[in-house]
Design a protein around this ligand. Structure first.
Ligand code: HEM
Length: 418
């Protein structure tokens, strides 16, 4: 089926943006390009069935935003477009799920959001990130050491996946001897979203993780040290100590927000470098381009697909009426390829400057881990370019089915063994 646009341009086959399988195939850039030009405030029909799991509610249709200016407008106006009302995820949640997730920063609105963000951002000061850099460099060296003699491997499993989870453990202040447990819990929790994953096992892993964090918190309350977990259990919000449940949900958010995103920026980055060999050459000639490369990877890959807001009042977007209670979803991969803002938006260009991409969001929920993610991407590619400069994709990627993360499950790669 083809849809005729105003002006005669022919639309590609429409896809439902709420169907995880859509993104299991690839990011639908053709459809995003068409929507951006012809239907920038697009009504997307609900997808899915009621009560699929414990947390899910009746699926609701939504306004899909694909222009940079509209994504930016909605993200900058939490007083109109709430992250709290219906949560920040595209997937609809019932009252029980909402109550649980609203304890997480990402599902809060000001003034509650402002207060929690102030406390929680203590873990992300430039000083703390700088202190992590030596640890990140050491990890990247170990990871590349382990694959260098092989000549080929699965890039996700053996390279990209290995880094972010350990960095989160270190950031939070977990003893390194417990990292293996963290990796196991994380893999099981992240499997919840995938049709091949085991939902019950994912929930069990979440409970185990919560129990562990509570015990570690108790220990740090009795015996404070300089770690983030210690700072959290000993700090106050709203004149009271943070509860164990709030600290659990915070750590859970870090595991979700900081893991898959960074992993996929690194994996998607290898696809970009393979498709654009001239950009790799530029980087090999001048490693100072690693810094702009990290942002260009986040723009081009757009590891986060979408977040949701709910209109608190009748309003409009781009002159289009939006009613109180309407669900609005912002699509970062679409905004990041808006030709109104980026020249040759589908090209990967490590010298792009300025690069006002929205891959880390914008406004009050701007990614707290952005600098950490940049540090990880830069360290990993510095090590790869130094040791395995011809590393490239060797076959098609397998993708997860998710409407949240642009997620690559496996990615064969090859290189001259070192
Ligand atoms: C390339 C990697 C990453 C990408 C693309 C990314 C993307 C995003 C985006 C788009 C948001 C905005 C959410 C919204 O507006 O509703 C966000 C928020 C957030 N991110 Fe990231 N992120 C990345 C890495 C990380 C890392 C490494 C961490 C921490 C370890 C992290 C922690 C957070 C937190 C805590 C928030 C919520 C902030 C708030 O609600 O105030 N992210 N991220």
């Amino acid at each position: 089926m083809e849809i005729q646009a105003v002006g005669g341009a022919t639309a590609p086959e429409p896809v439902n943006l709420m169907d995880p399988a859509t993104f299991g195939r690839s990011i639908p850039h053709d459809w995003f390009d068409w929507l951006r030009e012809n239907d920038p405030v697009h009504w997307n029909e609900p997808y899915g069935r009621d009560g699929m799991t414990h947390f899910r509610a009746v699926p609701q249709g939504f306004w899909a935003l694909t222009r940079h200016a509209d994504v930016s407008h909605v993200s900058r106006h939490p007083e109109v477009f709430s992250s709290h009302e219906g949560g920040a995820l595209m997937e609809d949640m019932g009252p029980e799920g909402l109550a649980m997730f609203r304890q997480q920063l990402i599902h809060m609105d000001p003034p509650e959001h402002t207060e929690f963000r102030h406390v929680l951002s203590k873990g992300f000061t430039p000083r703390r990130i700088r202190r992590l850099e030596a640890f990140i460099d050491e990890l990247c060296r170990d990871i590349v050491d382990s694959v260098a003699p092989l000549g080929e491997c699965d890039f996700v499993d053996m390279v990209a996946k290995e880094l972010p989870v350990r960095v989160i453990g270190e950031l939070f202040g977990m003893p390194r001897s417990d990292f293996a447990k963290l990796i196991d819990w994380t893999n099981r929790v992240l499997g919840i979203d995938d049709p091949e994953g085991d939902f019950a096992d994912g929930l069990a892993a979440m409970q185990e993780l919560f129990h562990y964090v509570t015990m570690l918190g108790e220990e740090k309350r009795r015996d404070p040290d300089g770690t983030v977990i210690s700072a959290l259990v000993n700090s106050e919000v709203d004149g009271r100590p943070m509860t164990a449940a709030e600290i659990n949900m915070w750590f859970f958010l870090l595991v979700i927000a900081g893991n898959e995103t960074t992993r996929n920026a690194i994996s998607g980055g290898l696809i970009a470098l393979t498709e654009f060999p001239d950009q790799r050459r530029k980087l090999l000639d001048d490693m100072s381009l690693l810094k702009p490369m990290a942002d260009e990877m986040v723009r081009w890959v757009s590891p986060v697909i979408a977040f949701r807001r709910t209109a608190l009042v009748d309003t409009e977007i781009d002159g289009h009426p939006i009613a109180e209670g309407d669900k609005v979803v912002v699509f970062y991969p679409a905004a990041n390829r808006d030709p109104r803002v980026f020249s040759d938006p589908h090209e990967f260009d490590v010298t792009r400057d300025p690069n006002p991409h929205l891959g880390f969001g914008v406004g009050n929920h701007f990614c707290l881990g952005a600098n950490l993610a940049r540090a990880e991407i830069i360290a990993m590619y510095r090590e790869l370019f130094t040791r395995l400069p011809d590393i490239e994709v060797a076959g098609p990627p397998a993708r997860w089915h998710s409407t949240l993360v642009n997620s690559i499950k496996s990615l064969p790669c090859r290189f001259t063994p070192h």
